[in-house]
Design a protein around this ligand. Structure first.
Ligand code: PBG
Length: 338
């Protein structure tokens, strides 16, 4: 047994180690020099919810710090986001009127179309991405049209998604992001955009989107929970990773410019595998439930919020994401500045 005094005075015998990884961890500057992953505000995309017929922003109870915005106020918020150095926002609409085929989704004066125009007028340089999916616009809450048995029909949904995408581009959207998971939607939307004269508008495909329990708070935020059943007949089955590669491959073949894995934290292995195989810019969606978990634990005093958010976002980037869609973007941008 070593004597305590031998240990403290440094006279205890040294092990003869050639390699000591701890050498480069001794000081912050040494750690900085060998750091492999750098989080940057350049990587962030901030989601925004725009609601019809509200006068003021309303906080979403399950997502503290995240709001539903009225069209009239969203430009001010966009200015704040741009001033923080965040390059892009991702818009979701919450219309008053819903029907079986999501008619409001392709209304040229719909809530998202109006918000795009307001934001582009106020902050033209901010990249505006729009989520294309029918679930916020259908009265049944599914991401497509239904047959008599309640099954989501694939091909008839493609036409509606194409109309929706085109109306977003016409309103001035910079990037179109389809999140519905219908087969063939990237090809259909690409053709509709090209035909409408928007051959330069990129598509960010939610290629590997899983049927995840982590979307819970979003469905409150966007009022898009399915009225019956679930999304397992169109979104991916969580145990599958090889299938994600196939989904990505198909989207690229159909003309996707950017690809996405969603959610992020429970699917870091999928992010890494997609990154390994494909060269397109890769986004990861750090979804609502992943945000709410950390917020709730921080509120209870169980976790140091800044520390765990930085660690989580860094993990998503280390796994291979080039872009991170995250509700933490504004806070993280402030932390990265200070
Ligand atoms: C719409 C859509 C969803 C999310 C993004 N787009 C919800 C869903 O598929 O049920 C989830 C985003 C989040 O949880 O933060 N289809």
């Amino acid at each position: 047994m070593l004597e305590e005094r031998e240990i403290i005075s440094g006279t205890a015998r040294r092990a003869n180690l050639v390699t000591r990884p701890r050498r480069t961890r001794r000081t912050e500057n040494l750690r900085r020099m060998v750091r492999e992953t750098h989080l940057s505000v350049d990587n962030f995309i901030y989601p925004l919810f725009i609601a019809e017929s509200i006068k003021e922003e309303v906080e979403i109870s399950s997502m503290p710090g995240v709001y539903r915005w009225p069209v009239e106020r969203v430009a001010r918020e966009a200015e704040t986001i741009a001033a923080l150095g965040i390059p892009a926002v991702l818009l979701f609409g919450i219309p008053d009127f819903k029907d079986a085929v999501g008619t409001e989704a392709y209304n040229p004066n719909g809530v998202v179309q109006a918000a795009v125009r307001e934001i582009k007028k106020a902050v033209p340089e901010l990249v505006v991405i729009t989520d294309v999916c029918l679930c916020e616009y259908t009265d049944h809450g599914h991401c497509g049209v239904l047959d008599a048995s309640g099954y989501v029909l694939n091909d008839p949904t493609l036409d509606l998604l194409s109309k929706m995408a085109l109306s977003h581009a016409e309103a001035g959207a910079d990037i179109i992001a389809p999140s519905d998971m219908m087969d063939g939607r990237i090809g259909a939307i690409r053709a509709a955009l090209d035909e409408g004269g928007f051959e330069n508008t990129p598509i960010m495909a939610y290629s590997a989107k899983y049927a995840s329990g982590f979307y819970g708070p979003f469905r409150e935020a966007a009022d898009s929970a399915p009225a019956f059943g679930d999304r397992r007949s169109y979104q991916m089955d969580p145990p599958n990773a090889r299938e994600a590669l196939r989904e990505v491959e198909l989207d690229i073949a159909e003309g996707a410019d950017m690809i996405m894995v969603k959610p992020a934290l429970a699917y870091l292995d999928v992010i890494a595998r997609v990154k390994d195989r494909f060269d397109l810019p890769l986004a990861a969606y750090n979804v609502s439930g992943e945000y709410s978990m950390l917020k709730a634990a921080a509120k209870m005093g169980w976790l140091d919020e800044e520390r765990v958010v930085r660690e989580s976002l860094t993990a998503i980037k280390r796994a291979g994401a080039d872009m991170i869609i995250t509700y933490h973007a504004k806070e993280a941008a402030r932390w990265l500045k200070s």
